[in-house]
Write a protein that binds this ligand. Sequence first.
Ligand code: NAP
Ligand code: GDD
Length: 346
Amino acid sequence: MTKKAFITGITGQDGSYLAELLLSKGYEVHGLIRRASTFNTSRIDHLYVDPHDPTAKLFLHYGDLSDGVRLVTLLAEIQPDEVYNLGAQSHVRVSFDEPEHTADTTGTGSIRLLEAVRTAGIRPRFYQASSSELYGATPPPQNEDTPFYPRSPYGAAKLYSYWITKNYREAYDMFAVNGILFNHESPRRGETFVTRKITRAVAAIKAGTQEHLYMGNLDSVRDWGYAAEYVEGMWRMLQVDEPEDFVLATGTAYTVRDFLRISFEHVGLDWEKYVKFDERYLRPTEVDALVGDPSKAEAKLGWKATVQPDQLARIMVDADIKTLECAGTPWIDKVNLASWTPEAVL
Ligand code: NAP
Ligand code: GDD
């Protein structure tokens, strides 16, 4: 029997890699997409096959995490075996500008989806995209037992989603798990997250089309992994016998300044000559340091990150240079996820 998966956030960075992974495993994949006046499917266009074609395995459905009734209708229709809740307003800085919208999408959206599963009368396995932002002010290393102390409307909304997922597991005996993922990046990363902002700027500065790069706090420490590997960990969380929460991380600590230095050095430039400060990129409350301890995932899921942040920076710079060379046509990295092992992803 072909397994069916339903993914919210399929048009985002992680959703696109996850769809690719599940299709490579033979799943029928259903994704929730938001209606927009322009196309918003560039990250999954390479996976799309006309649904009239009998080989089509990817199906997209209009909907929104703010629309609970639509979620019930869709889930009752699709009857998925696995549900991945990746949809969210996922930008921490933006969550200070749009706290109510963030709460509605990133927090209440999860309960709408869990309730939709429950009221549709189906029993899929459920993955919630939880975040290392939950730890916030609690110092590293952070693991599944570390206390939470969120520092943003985004972190607070994700905290609600974390607990409500756990509550549905306990209250309704649902196979519902939280993946507590540390920062993960890729050539498909949104352009306003710090790594991609840096690697795009490096490519443009090298090409001579940009002069400076304006940045905020360079002292933050992050644990940056490669998104293509992290979706394998998400899938593995739904394949084990018992529902449990897991941290996915590399376990390494780099500052934003380190990421700048490595990215500029990769094209032979000195970052200090190009980077300027702009206070608009500061946050009212900052998360100083996130460094995960992924040993539980390694022991129980056989999952281990293989791409380290310095290698990731180089992958992303090279990809952004290629995109510029393609003169506007988005260059999409193709990863052989079907044969992923902790030893060899690339
Ligand atoms: P992303 O690239 O920002 O993608 C977010 C996705 O959510 C997009 O497909 C977006 O649709 C969709 N979305 C936003 N609002 C929605 C709504 N109201 N209804 C339905 N869909 C909506 O994020 P990502 O990096 O792939 O991350 C995936 C998930 O993991 C998010 O929940 C994020 O918070 C969480 N997370 C990410 C990281 C990380 O480092 N990447 C770490 C921990 C947790 P559009 O394309 O239409 O905007
Ligand atoms: N975005 C951005 N832009 N961040 C900057 C800048 C800038 O110009 N300058 C410095 N930073 C610092 C931020 O203050 C933060 O400390 C760090 O770079 C990382 O910022 P982001 O890349 O925006 O990511 P994030 O860590 O806030 O959140 C990401 O990771 C979370 C998991 O820990 C997002 O993907 C969240 O959705 C995710 O949950």
